[in-house]
Design a protein around this ligand. Structure first.
Ligand code: NAD
Length: 397
């Protein structure tokens, strides 16, 4: 556990109202009414528009006298241009509340649209790495309803956007949802490959938050419980999407991991994953999954005690193991878990060529917001070595 000194003031931020449970989408009308909304904008992706869920929500809200408009222009791993278009769309509506319905892509856009609908400028003006403006008000009310178990976007103050060669974020507490509805039943239709990728994304959040230099005893509790739930149920949810208990564990694990990394931060796995998404359009969860074994193996010696805790949370007996032994076993167990859910294990498996590694490294080193939370600070040479090992499939254990 952390050695956070007693003199530190620890701050933890949670979303204010949070609902969990199989079928808890039923609270939505009450939440919309509580927030005093009359005109709702629902931001969702094409799958959820076609599945009928978005329309079902429109009809439910109609019954309480609330009108709604659905925009399903969400694109997975949303490019900046899509965010700009959605903001323009939202500014033409007379909405007083935005519902985000979908995976992280839909929720990130919904949060951003809700805030920017009421203020000036383009989305690009507010980007973390290059933007010059700071958000000045919280904009429209926001209700976030995740339909994947992965990103934890429902509880974070971040929206992630894809740029030409990497990713950047808009970060501000104004992006926080007023109400979060985590209904595991909504994830039953998620296909196996997306279940695997999003589940490893959530696990990566919990692990990176746990070893983060900003971890606190509060975030550590969230991380360890998330790791426990995800480790025991990811494989089951991938193999049988109708496994109710596995879907519940994954949804709650993803939510807890989201709270953990929102407060303690993600680090090097995400920093190296962002360029894979930006340059090669690899799904966010798969980008993290293919790098998890290599990055954590590389930084293992800087967080061996914590990896022992993680190994225990994954359900393994650590009673007679030193931190050195347990941390190595933990890294191998992570590799096996990624393998069990059939996510490719090397950059070559994703058709990334050797001559792309320099450009990937040059983009990853720019992710200082993420890299500064790593228990081992990584130089450009370290990052190049990690990408090379992920390319060859040869780890550091
Ligand atoms: P996603 O939202 O891109 O969705 C992936 C696919 O799953 C899409 O095709 C979507 O239509 C489908 N899908 C979603 N719900 C479904 C359901 N119930 N049934 C069937 N199909 C369904 O994937 P994601 O991994 O949830 O989100 C990824 C995005 O989130 C990336 O842009 C990533 O950078 C971002 N992200 C944000 C945060 C944050 O804190 N804001 C954290 C991590 C990742």
């Amino acid at each position: 556990m952390t050695n956070a000194t007693e003199s530190l003031v620890l701050r933890t931020t949670f979303t204010t109202r949070n609902f969990h449970g199989w079928g808890c989408l039923s609270v939505l009308p009450d939440e919309v009414a509580r927030l005093g909304a009359k005109n709702v904008l629902i931001i969702t992706d094409p799958f959820l528009a076609q599945s009928g869920l978005a329309q079902q929500i429109v009809q439910t809200l109609q019954q309480i006298g609330v009108s709604s408009v659905v925009n399903s222009d969400v694109v997975a791993e949303p490019p900046l241009a899509v965010a700009e278009q959605l903001v323009q769309f939202a500014r033409q509506q007379n909405a007083d509340l935005v519902i985000g319905l979908g995976g992280g892509s839909a929720l990130d856009l919904a949060k951003l649209v809700a805030v920017l609908a009421t203020q000036d400028g383009n989305v690009a003006d507010y980007l973390n790495l290059t933007g010059l403006k700071i958000l000045s008000s919280q904009g429209l009310a926001k209700i976030m309803i995740p339909t994947t178990a992965g990103t934890g976007s429902e509880v974070t103050n971040i929206s992630v956007l894809s740029l030409a060669s990497s990713k950047d974020v808009v970060v501000h507490d104004y992006l926080l949802a007023d109400s979060v509805i985590v209904d595991p039943q909504l994830t039953v239709s998620v296909p196996a490959r997306v279940t695997a990728a999003t589940g490893i994304d959530a696990l990566t959040h919990a692990i990176e938050a746990y070893v983060s230099v900003n971890a606190t005893p509060i975030s550590e509790g969230l991380s360890l419980q998330a790791i426990k739930l995800i480790a025991r149920s990811l494989d089951k949810a991938v193999k049988n999407g109708n496994d109710r208990q596995a879907r519940i564990d994954m949804s709650y694990g993803s939510y807890l991991a989201g709270l953990a990394f929102f407060n303690a931060g993600c680090a090097a796995v995400h920093a190296l994953a962002y360029p894979l998404g930006g340059q090669f359009h690899i799904a966010h969860g798969e980008s993290n999954a293919v790098l998890l074994y290599y990055v954590m193996g590389y930084i293992r010696s800087a967080c061996a005690e914590k990896l022992k805790d993680i190994y225990q949370a994954m359900g393994f007996d650590v009673a007679n193991l030193s931190a050195e032994e347990a941390s190595k076993k933990c890294i191998i167990a992570l590799k096996e878990l990624v393998n069990t859910v059939s996510i490719p294990a090397t950059l070559q498996d994703f058709n990334i060529p050797q001559d792309a590694l320099d450009a990937l490294s040059n983009d990853a080193i720019k992710q200082t917001r993420l890299l500064q939370r790593s228990p081992m600070l990584l130089s450009l040479q370290d990052i190049q070595a990690i990408y090379q090992s992920a390319f060859n499939g040869k780890g550091f254990i």
